[in-house]
Design a protein around this ligand. Sequence first.
Ligand code: UN1
Length: 509
Amino acid sequence: MSKPDLASEVSKILTDLGVSADRYIGGTLAVTSPVTGAEIGRLKEDSAAEAKAAIDKAHDAFLAWRNVPAPKRGELIRLLGEELRAGKAALGRLVSIEVGKITSEGLGEVQEMIDICDFAVGLSRQLYGLTIATERSEHRMMETWHPLGPIGIISAFNFPVAVWSWNAALAIVCGNSTIWKPSEKTPLTALATQALFEKALKRFIAEGGDAPANLSTLIIGGRDLGEILVDHPKVPLVSATGSTAMGRVVGPRLAGRFARAILELGGNNAAIVSPTADLDLTLRGVAFSAMGTAGQRCTTLRRLFVHDSVYDQLVPRLQKAYGSVTIGNPLEQGTLVGPLIDKQAFDRMQAALGEAKSAGGKVTGGERVEEGSADAFYVRPALVEMPAQTGPVEQETFAPILYVMKYSDFDAVLALHNAVPQGLSSSIFTNDIREAEAFVSARGSDCGIANVNLGPSGAEIGGAFGGEKETGGGRESGSDAWKAYMRRATNTINYGRTLPLAQGVKFDV
Ligand code: UN1
């Protein structure tokens, strides 16, 4: 592989998107591209005092922004959507360079941001409450939704900007300000996104819009800054995406001060391939969900249960696809699998494969693929035939490993499907309507996402996104996920001249 000068390209993209060079040159936080392992930027980190000051300023911004009518707040997000459309190619490319996603997935991530902006614009006119029947005469009862406060957003490396947008687009139309702590591995895409937001804000103000400074703030640094967000009394909600280990720290600390949490933690997503499955479609669905994004989506397919009547037809075809998938520079056309994010991810993958072998697993692939740099970690995705759901199969390893298991009984496989600690996404490939309906029914998949005849990854923004059990229970993005970013008030109004009490209570003084 020829070594592209990624640092210069990154610098050009950032300049074009409006980021000044002093933000990413000369700081202490070194950023490398997984494409080559080379350094592509050095950012200044925020101190604890700066992070706290940012929260205070975000709180001031909230106090002003909550008074701006919601449809006007939507106009700001409409402009952000326009900036994202204009910057899609550049930001998508930057995502590919900083995370190692293939070109279409880098662009797809920005499209996901545009989609949530469109959704949020419509939502800004639909923050509906209810009118509720009251038992008292000449009274009216209703439910209203109000802005909540400054919202903390902690995002992970693998969707470095889309996850911010799911939270920020909703939070802002709901009348909140936001403070964003991106992953230390991907702060450059965050700088670029913040610059696009600021462009939209400038246009909003030029149009006569009334927006405070510090509506969206970015804080750059490590775990200590995340902890400040989690512990700060002025932050009523933190939306955190990352490992279950991270959620175990964040969740109780937020609960300890009665703040809200949206937790998007580990997934250990499965698919069931039934005797009636369309195997051509299944092959494609499994290949994208399991190997796409080099296995680094929280929705990645990690467990595959194949009925014994189709096992010998499907598994050899899958092995062939695993053997021939194009691995390499994600910036080149035709590549389907780019690099892992770093050496630690590679080491974890190798350790999991070692454990799988000890548990009787038969491994195809999984080896390192040399791509011209000792510091870049490309691997052939691994397909592991397992005798049972044990050991590493029960954990999330953030790498392209697909554990394949045989089954014969539908109810037994449903039980196995649900017998892991995580509960994010799931799917079944079947043409049997009874199985399909059972899978999405109350006795079926216990996950937040359950699909039929498509893989578990690659959700659209229109549905609520998130999962159960150790996945954390949070919901982001579409449907009524916006309600988490607002506070609900029940209002009762007496327009009569008497004071009837609820439940018929008498209290005559
Ligand atoms: C994530 O991996 O953190 O459903 C999010 C999907 C994407 C989002 C993944 N829309 O795969």
